[in-house]
Write a protein that binds this ligand. Structure first.
Ligand code: TYD
Ligand code: MG
Length: 469
């Protein structure tokens, strides 16, 4: 017998070490090392089994991708689940992962697919109760409350495998091949490995639910992120009803698409036009807000950017940002200081993207700058204007992609004017009905905002009405 080496595994990043330490060498987290039994490895020199090698240009009998019919889910997965693929859905407890997946499973059964939902956290009766509340009691979703992976795989390997298997959650699963407790990194990795093998072998698409820890990691399981084909995260702010489904990794599709849902008493409602939702709670007429005409994936999205610039009482003023990149904010502030004569070093700056959305595009620079200057100058911006454009370090406003799509969305939602990069005008000329105000430098924008303190007064009371549905 080989004496088993001690095996301490960091529960945050999955790194293993031979000795216990207070701090993980790999990721620097404190108190995360836990002793775990090692995975039992097949030892000895086994003679290799022969397998069939196929040409790349083979025939697949079935459609490789299955759409669920839940449009927002299909969009984020890149058109539906790929057969035999494994997807990890992460999110805070209570955000609505189980609700989303029971709805998706029900949608698949409505299309004649077989969907099995295994809960390791709730009893069958509880899952059934939720389904009843969602009005899905009559659908053909198959349920079980199980946590032993080998039993699940054995059961599903009987007869025709399902098209979809939901495992809620991976942290509650355990496999006999590993002798650690459920929820530890080794166990989660082992259980995920078994389920991934099942997916590849049977062609069943598997969705694993993963809980997220306080610091935003999918618990245990950064390791699992590398093993699966796609990682989605389900996000939202506790106080708000919006839920955003976002692809973090996708071997078979894009990673920049988002799906937007609203949590209601009757479950998750799909939001086909998120701009309307994100703009519905606008605080019209107050300084410091600007509407950004953005693009999320393939879809234009209008969202309000809110800024507050206030005199500071601190030696080092605060720079707090929510939903946008801190470095990007620092850059915009530096450009405002050095090229536009806007003094901000004596002010605290808060920037917030409404609706809990996270914006990654540099095209938001112009809207953020407009909101900041508007707050500092106490000059409200026109309520019927949208902003987009990237700001360079020299203070120039640079063109961004898809100007026409942004303008079209703005027009559809009743906006009357757009402040945009000079060079976008040529592309945008076809969008009649919007008055375009090209700006070539940030200094021009600042001058415009500061110079129009009163004429916003009439406009800001008027909410831009939507023209059609
Ligand atoms: P759940 O799907 O159980 O979250 P998770 O699996 O991510 O932990 O959702 C739990 C929350 O959603 C709970 O606070 C109640 C709320 N909810 C609704 O508001 N409406 C509904 O129809 C359902 C089923 C849940
Ligand atoms: Mg749940």
């Amino acid at each position: 017998m080989v004496a088993r080496a001690q095996n301490f595994v960091c529960q945050s990043c999955g790194a293993a070490s031979a000795r216990w330490a207070g701090r993980c060498d790999a990721c620097g987290a404190w108190n995360t090392l836990v002793e775990e039994g090692a995975a039992t490895q097949a030892r000895g020199s086994r003679i290799g089994r022969l397998f069939v090698i196929e040409p790349l240009k083979g025939e697949s009998l079935e459609a490789p991708r299955l759409a669920s019919g839940v449009a927002e889910f299909d969009r984020v997965t890149g058109g539906g689940l790929v057969r035999g693929s494994v997807l990890l859905l992460g999110g805070d407890p209570g955000i609505g992962k189980s609700t989303l997946l029971i709805e998706v499973a029900a949608a698949y059964t409505r299309r004649g697919q077989r969907a099995v939902y295994i809960s390791g956290e709730e009893a069958v009766a509880q899952v059934r109760l939720r389904a009843e509340r969602l009005g899905l009691a009559e659908t053909a979703v198959e349920l079980a409350a199980e946590t032993a992976v080998e039993d699940i795989v054995a059961t599903l390997s009987h007869g025709k495998p399902p098209q979809l298997l939901v495992i809620d959650s991976i942290q509650t699963m355990w496999t006999q091949t590993v002798d650690s407790a459920p929820g530890t990194v080794t166990q989660v990795r082992g259980a995920a490995g078994e389920l991934i093998r099942f997916a590849k072998r049977s062609g069943t698409a598997v969705i694993l639910v993963g809980h997220v820890t306080k610091d935003g990691q999918i618990a245990g399981p950064r390791v699992v992120e590398h093993m699966v084909d796609a990682v989605l995260s389900f996000e939202g702010e506790g106080s708000q009803q919006f839920r955003i489904l976002r692809a973090i990794k996708n071997r078979f599709g894009p990673t920049d698409e988002i799906g937007v849902f609203e949590m209601s008493g009757g479950g998750l409602r799909e939001i086909a036009n998120p701009s309307e939702l994100f703009l519905s709670e606008r605080d019209l007429g107050s300084p410091g807000t600007a509407v950004f005409a953005g693009i999320e994936g393939s879809r234009p999205l209008l969202v309000e950017i809110q800024a507050l610039v206030a005199p500071t009482s601190l030696g080092t003023p605060r720079r707090a940002v929510n939903g946008w990149d801190q470095n990007r904010l620092s850059m915009v502030l530096a450009v405002l200081e050095s090229h536009c004569g806007v003094r901000l070093s004596g002010h605290d700056v808060y920037l917030n993207v409404a609706g809990g959305l996270r914006i990654q595009e540099p095209a938001a620079d112009l809207a953020a700058a407009a909101a900041l200057v508007s707050s500092l100058a106490d000059a409200p911006l026109a309520a019927d204007a949208v902003y987009f454009g990237e700001i360079s370090l020299s203070g120039a406003v640079r063109p961004v992609a898809q100007a026409a799509a942004r303008l079209k969305e703005a027009q559809k939602l009743g906006f009357a004017r757009a402040i945009l990069p000079e060079s976008a005008r040529a592309e945008a000329v076809s969008e009649a009905g919007l008055s375009l105000k090209p700006v070539s430098s940030l200094a021009n924008l600042v001058a415009d905002i500061v110079a129009q303190p009163t004429d916003g007064g009439q406009r800001r009371t008027k909410y831009p009405r939507q023209e059609d549905g």
